[in-house]
Design a protein around this ligand. Structure first.
Ligand code: ZN
Length: 293
């Protein structure tokens, strides 16, 4: 009897014995993996959330970590151009999220941003982790990939995916209600990084200081923003912890617009199974607090 019980235990408990070494590019992806695995899998990220992935340069230790990983999850060339080359030089298995079928990608250049120095075209908005609809596609793909690495945990991971989606459904509803009263309020963001969130919750972004944060905003777009601010069209200007906000401070003076902060990478969010949902809730709170003033 006791022996039978022991065997049942072995079958029922998820086995994380042969834990694959999972590496992700940015912290929000770590939060999603942690949620999907209930925190039972240690996952490291490459780029600290204190800095922007847009202008990150790999260190030698990063290259080593990439080589040693069993799986690297990243967004894609449009967000982490620094990963293209090292990934082409290893046999580390990878999951590039922008390539997933089922994503309704937003055009990133809006026709007036040009090729960068390498001739690479920034033609899709890569900030897909901030959209709940996109997060569902990402979570399903990560789950599938984890199952291929750990087939013995398949049932457990499927259940976790279901829970993740249920949690996301609830959160999406409550954020919709939270943001409904401020949907008409205009604002500017520092860089065009929130389109998926803004599309989902129908927010009224008037513009951004820069599309590609590696470049300083152009004189023409600054003039345009200044004019709209003078006309009192914007309630808020959102800075970001990853970038110097001095320019935003100076341009907002005497405009009546408040400066607030949006953090797309979740610097202060704890890495636990609810972390990803906290990241979205923090964004929602930042929009609602500033826009309802
Ligand atoms: Zn960005």
């Amino acid at each position: 009897m006791r022996k039978l019980f022991f065997i049942v235990m072995l079958i029922a408990a998820p086995s994380w014995a042969a834990n694959p070494n999972i590496l992700v590019s940015i912290k929000p992806l770590q939060l999603i993996v942690t949620s999907l695995t209930e925190g039972e899998l240690a996952v490291d990220y490459l780029v600290s959330p204190n800095v922007s992935p847009h202008d990150y340069a790999l260190r030698p230790s990063d290259v080593r970590a990439i080589r040693e990983a069993d799986l690297l999850i990243w967004v894609g060339d449009e967000l982490e151009p620094f990963l293209s080359k090292p990934l082409s030089q290893t046999d580390t298995s990878q999951l590039a999220l922008l390539d997933l079928p089922g994503l309704d990608l937003i055009d990133g250049d809006k026709g007036h941003e040009h090729h960068d120095h390498e001739g690479h075209h920034h033609d899709v908005d890569p900030h897909i982790w901030l959209g709940p609809s996109e997060a569902r596609v990402i979570a399903a793909a990560i789950t599938e990939k984890l199952i291929s690495k750990m087939p013995e945990t398949s049932e457990h991971l499927q259940q976790q995916l279901t829970r993740f989606n249920q949690h996301l459904d609830k959160l999406e509803q409550s954020i919709s209600q939270q943001l409904a009263p401020v949907q008409q309020q205009g604002y500017f963001v520092f860089h065009d990084g929130y389109s998926y969130f803004e599309r989902q919750f129908a927010l009224n972004r008037l513009g951004e200081f820069t599309i590609n944060p590696q470049r300083r905003p152009g004189a023409k777009s600054l003039l345009n923003i200044r004019q709209q601010l003078e006309q009192g069209k914007a309630k808020c200007i959102f800075a970001e912890p990853q970038f110097d906000g001095a320019l935003l401070e100076s341009i907002s003076q005497h405009s009546g617009a408040k400066i607030s902060m949006l953090d797309p990478l979740g610097i202060s969010v704890n890495n636990n199974k609810d972390g990803y949902f906290e990241l979205l809730q923090q964004l929602a709170d930042a929009y609602s607090d500033c826009l309802s003033h």
